[in-house]
Design a protein around this ligand. Sequence first.
Ligand code: ADP
Ligand code: ASP
Ligand code: MG
Length: 404
Amino acid sequence: MLVVQKYGGTSVGTLERIESVASRVAKARDEGKDLVIVVSAMSGETNKLIEYAHYFSSNPSKREMDMLLSSGERVTAALLAIALNEMGHSAIALTGRQAGITTDNTHTYARIETIETSRLKTEINNGNIVIVAGFQGINKNGEVTTLGRGGSDLSAVALAGALNADACEIYSDVDGIYTTDPRIEPKAKKLDVISYEEMLELSSLGAKVLQNRSVELAKKMGVKIVAKSSFSDNDGTVITELDKQGDNMEEVLVSGVALDRNQARVSLRGVTDRPGIAAEIFSKLANENINVDMIIQNASENKTTNLGFTVPQNEIEDAKKVINSFDHDIESADYDESVVKVSIVGVGMKSHSGVAATAFSALAKSGINIEMISTSEIKVSMIIDEKYGELAVRVLHEVYGLDK
Ligand code: ADP
Ligand code: ASP
Ligand code: MG
């Protein structure tokens, strides 16, 4: 039996914790499992390295950022291998490149293209526990790349898929996927299972417990993920394909609530109202890799209109540059970083009406103003003032009975 286990930053946050991860790994090995272990950098390490870079430059080269950030995961991989060796287990640490992970050429947000598994298989066949530095690969030009924040989850899923592993276990400081972030709502309930579809929405909408791209890949490759805690032996949450017609699923309207704090709103006034203007603005934003989310366009007056949209907060400076290049077509722009996005997610919404209305009136009753709304078949998202973010999560969690 081959198992891929991934240990996140908190799980390897100190030398003592690395030691206790080593004991867990050793135990699984003693049970006869073949193991590929993916590790993150020690918690806070990636942020610290980013700060170091910003000491020298506000806009450091992305290639050099990848050189820098990939080092965090190498440290933990090597330390874990050393700890396991000391416990009498043969273990070997590999970088992303040595593990055969090839990506496209995008620095700091690369996509995995192929995994050449021969080295991994040789090491496993030689009886080694293979420890892989997460979050990184190499592109066709031999340059080191990283996979976006939280990307060790993606490394783990991709390796599990490529090796056709029997399980992909993702260990963090929570013992599974909850109805909402238990740090915000202590009454949140742990789910036994959740569908890829819902998990993908939750993580895309701010539930950082799994990186959204890892869920997308798991769905595509049919990798069943189990989210577990590295601090307990509790059963975790299984993320898998669910029968959407199942009676159970239909009864549950809303499965979870998510909060995304990485949001900013752009409001454009006096935008020339001519065919093609929206296409020009949004193509230019897309070309700069800016992820535009909610868009609102008002009815026009006197051949101009107002346009509002949201972008991730860390892309706002890039967005400003793009908007400034439209000085003929846009009268004025303002930027608001004090907003958050709160969302409800559930496949049951597909077949029920009134789910969104319940959310709107619950927020209204708490005096929370909704600034923007977007919906899909299985989610409703609302932009609100950041100071009400956590309150909104608790209000929505309660109104859909998720604490029951
Ligand atoms: P790691 O560093 O191991 O990758 P993360 O910090 O990325 O772990 O993810 C775990 C955290 O995700 C938890 O501490 C929890 O606060 C947060 N979280 C957000 N939403 C949820 C949710 N719906 N269920 C469980 N945890 C959640
Ligand atoms: N260390 C990286 C990050 O903090 C990758 C990861 O932990 O998954 O984003
Ligand atoms: Mg994570």
